[in-house]
Design a protein around this ligand. Structure first.
Ligand code: NAP
Length: 514
């Protein structure tokens, strides 16, 4: 498919070519500019996309469940049918290996089909009926409630999942499943991938005969454009996946609206890993290998990357560190998602290395290739007391980097857990005995994170009904909700209660004889 660089507004390619504000994508593996001039959306594009979405909303609310299911299924089929041209462009724009992208495509179509199945039956609407009783004194009113879509949803995807958390990712398809029209802000690091996916969704809208405003994609890279989009009065909710800086800026923009709306940001995290003494004694080598693998998965560009490890000073901790050193030396440097992320990674490594008390203990043997925006894996160590003077040591570094903090006792680990901000995950390595004697650690972490992993690693999120991918601020802006898995649909719903309605005027799902 030839890329046009235009927006997709309600099924039509839109925008004036050769605009002075256009931009191109860069191939991070060689720094070359890729084909395609992408337009910068302006206020008139935002207004047109939101107006079309607002108009589509009512028809989406009343469309049959099977039609919405068929629509989602058609998107999954369209992604499969786009074949290698989609993956080739994503590979060129992100530097992610083809194998990884094939896996991510499978995850993307799988999650779309999960929502297609969910929306075909109405369980997600959670209908609740309290039948009235006119004989009761005082009479009991007839009260019935279920969930509805919230209205037009704006989606910002992240650079590190160009398929699964992008134009046709969980945010978009869970909003569609809740019958909300969606306006996606294309990620400026993979605009061509976004255009191909937008074409697939627009074709699915047309095939199923849904209103054209069901979906729009706007290209652009100015922060002002993102801000104007979330401040449009007819936008009803926003889903954002990205950095803390970007998420916080959008959160503030949403709260500055005359009428604030739900804003669900999933942001970064450093995902602390607690190594309890029994586990270190039994499995120092094995844990070290799993840790190094997890730190390097996707060149460390995962929000669940284990960025902090805590262990109590002991011979077993030394064995762990020495196994880490030998595993890391063989990890080859690899290309990061885009030059900006590569620069931030290098800056963050420079900062860590300048901190008194932080020592680099392991690094990939092979040097990064010049001009290929590659990151080498770096592991650092420090005494936990370093945090008193340099708290930035435990902030997220987006890339293959992690810090091991030496503790004097498990009490010091508990104190660290108690001091944590919100994170997406925490991990505990322990024996059953370790766990039983450190249940307080589990209780402390329950307040601090969205998911606690035992004897595993936080990277690699299962897309399933019981998954919770969230956590207290600053991991997200609303700790109740997940952005991955079946439950993510609830971000785009709101309950409506019908009191005293005649049976025939109720939504079918709330009738006594449904
Ligand atoms: P990003 O730089 O924050 O970008 C995300 C989107 O937000 C882009 O469209 C970006 O557009 C926009 N944006 C960023 N700052 C903005 C601002 N101040 N005003 C308006 N728009 C803004 O994040 P990324 O580099 O794509 O992704 C990496 C980050 O995402 C990491 O921190 C990672 O941990 C996190 N992440 C979290 C999850 C999760 O589920 N929690 C999943 C994946 C990634 P511009 O580039 O044009 O500014």
């Amino acid at each position: 498919m030839a890329l046009t660089g235009k927006h997709f507004i309600a099924g039509k390619r839109s925008g004036v070519e050769n605009s002075a504000d256009s931009f191109s994508a860069t191939n991070p593996s060689n720094g070359e500019t890729l084909e395609g001039e992408f337009l910068e959306a302006g206020q008139s594009d935002i207004d047109a996309a939101v107006a079309a979405a607002d108009e589509a909303f009512d028809e989406l609310q009343t469309a049959s469940s099977d039609r919405i299911g068929d629509f989602l299924e058609a998107i999954a089929e369209g992604i499969d049918a786009a074949g290698d041209s989609l993956l080739d462009r994503a590979h060129a724009e992100t530097g992610l290996p083809m194998g990884r992208l094939q896996g991510e495509r499978g995850r993307t179509t799988n999650q779309i089909r999960i929502f297609a199945n969910m929306t075909r039956n109405d369980d997600w609407r959670q209908p609740r009926i309290d039948a009235g009783d006119p004989e009761r004194k005082p009479p009991k009113p007839d009260v019935r409630t279920m969930l509805f879509g919230v209205g037009p949803v704006v989606v910002f995807g992240a650079s590190n999942f160009p398929l699964a958390i992008s134009v046709a990712g969980t945010d978009t398809v869970s909003a569609f499943a809740a019958r909300c029209p969606v306006i996606v802000k294309a990620h400026p690091a993979h605009p061509g991938t976004c255009e191909i996916l937008a074409e697939v969704i627009s074709a699915a809208v047309e095939k199923i005969g849904l209103p054209a405003g069901t979906f729009s994609l706007l290209q652009g890279k100015s922060n002002e454009f993102g801000k104007s989009l979330v401040q449009h009065p007819d936008v009803a909710a926003v889903a954002f996946t990205g950095s803390l800086g970007g998420g916080r800026a959008m959160f503030d923009a949403v709260n500055a609206r005359e009428i604030p709306i739900p804003f669900y940001a999933e942001m970064g995290s450093s995902n602390p890993v607690f190594l309890l003494p029994g586990a270190l004694k039994q499995r120092a080598q094995e844990i070290a290998q799993g840790y190094v693998q997890s730190v390097n998965l996707g060149v460390g560009q995962f929000c669940t990357n284990p960025g902090i490890v805590l262990g109590v000073e002991s011979d077993s901790l030394e064995q762990f560190l020495s196994a880490v050193k030998s595993s890391v030396s063989g990890v080859p440097p690899a290309t990061m998602l885009h030059p900006g992320i590569h620069k931030s990674f290098q800056d963050a490594q420079g900062n860590l290395e300048s901190i008194n008390g932080v020592e680099r203990i392991a690094r990939s043997d092979q040097p990064p290739v010049d001009g290929a925006h590659q990151a080498a894996c770096n592991i650092y160590e420090a005494d936990i007391s370093v945090l008193q003077s340099s708290s930035e040591v435990h902030e997220e570094v987006f890339g293959p980097s992690s810090v091991v903090l030496r503790c004097q006792s498990t009490e010091q680990m508990l104190a660290y857990a108690a001091s944590l901000d919100g994170h997406l995950t925490a991990t505990i390595h322990g024996t059953e005995e370790d766990l039983n004697s450190n249940l307080k650690l589990v209780r402390l972490l329950q307040r601090k994170v969205g998911r606690i992993v035992f004897n595993g690693f936080p990277t690699g999120i299962e897309v399933c009904n019981a998954m919770h991918h969230g956590g207290p601020y600053p991991a997200t802006t609303h700790s109740f909700y997940t952005s991955i898995g079946h439950q993510s649909i609830y971000r785009f719903t709101k309950p409506v209660c019908f009191q005293g309605f005649p049976e025939k005027c109720l939504p079918p799902q709330l009738r006594s004889e449904a």
